[in-house]
Design a binder for this molecule. Structure first.
Ligand code: CP
Length: 306
């Protein structure tokens, strides 16, 4: 694996290898991550052309825990604002001896473009491109599901909300089907959870009760207003009434179902605070696991095993 651009096309063996490598980085308590020298002397450049809290910070922590030198370009103050192209920016950072570029961009395909133009020894990790892919989020979601449910081959997983605009949903669906999950459901209004997702191996529901019935895992998604034109955008109140997850509605799933969300959450829109902060929520453990998973991703692409 030279670059990590998508979960699509990754074999079950590779996905499992990344998850196993991540588990080697997690301490027994699942809270502390050991510092290791695997990327000592390497330079990791974080290039976030789109906002981020979780992904950017956990990549930063992960690179430091791998003993890399980490540089986070402040895009708003960079020469991008003067019209420098993406490829020129990357060429100049490559001239500073970059080894890994972690790239988030609002345009689907931007990390691919960079990967096509970097020298063979340089690695690109996609930190989310448009609505296309968010592979490390997909991987940390798989890590979380495996942690709580052990095995993918008997699970029902419901992905609820604005699936159409969600790179997380796409990365999750590819990973879940490859890892043998027999029942992947997408749930939302038809406009945001279209029938076309059946081509990816998911079942499509436009009714929350049917969609999360007896589910083992519920992954809630944010309405991605920034990727929607007005016609698609439901009112927050109407959306919460039909697709917002409350404690009462959570009873439709299995009693031991876990509730996930990639963040950022919009309380009272797709998820009630009682659920987000409740016993079945694993939203914050997802964030913690993201550190180990990103350590695994970077150490594997850079050719170092845990
Ligand atoms: N889950 C996720 O990608 O969050 P950020 O946008 O804060 O990185």
């Amino acid at each position: 694996l030279i670059h990590l651009l998508s979960t699509e096309g990754l074999s079950r063996e590779i996905l499992t290898h990344i998850l196993d490598t991540a588990s080697n980085f997690v301490s027994v308590s699942d809270r502390e991550v050991k510092k290791v020298p695997l990327l000592r002397g390497k330079s990791v450049f974080n290039l976030f052309f789109e906002n981020s809290t979780r992904t950017r910070t956990t990549f930063d922590i992960a690179a430091k825990r791998l003993s890399a030198d980490v540089f986070t370009l402040d895009i708003t103050r960079s020469s991008t604002a003067k019209g420098e192209t993406l490829l020129d920016t990357v060429a100049n950072l490559s001239a500073m001896a970059a080894d890994i570029f972690v790239v988030r961009h609002s345009e689907s395909g931007a990390p691919y473009l960079i990967a096509q133009h970097v020298a063979p020894h340089v690695h690109v990790v996609n930190a989310g491109d448009g609505r296309h892919a968010h592979p490390t989020q997909g991987l940390l979601d798989m890590y979380t599901i495996r942690h709580y449910k052990k095995d993918f081959t008997n699970l029902s997983v419901a992905i609820v909300g604005d699936v159409l605009h969600s790179r997380v949903a796409r990365s999750d669906i590819h990973a879940l089907t490859t890892l043998g999950c027999p029942d992947v459901r997408i749930v939302g209004p038809r406009t945001l959870a279209p029938e076309s997702f059946t081509a990816m191996g998911a079942r499509v529901f436009d009714n929350l009760q049917e969609g999360i019935k007896d589910a083992d895992v519920i992954i809630m998604l944010r309405l991605q207003n920034e990727r929607m034109s007005g016609a698609l955008l439901p009112s927050s109140q109407e959306y919460f009434q039909n697709f917002g997850l409350t404690q009462e509605k959570l009873r439709w799933a299995k009693p031991d179902a876990i509730v996930m969300h990639p963040g950022p959450i919009n309380r009272g829109v797709e998820i009630d605070s009682d659920v987000a902060d409740g016993q079945q929520s694993v939203i914050l453990p997802q964030v913690t696991f993201g550190i180990a998973v990103r350590m695994a991703a970077m150490s594997i692409v850079a050719g170092n095993e845990a």
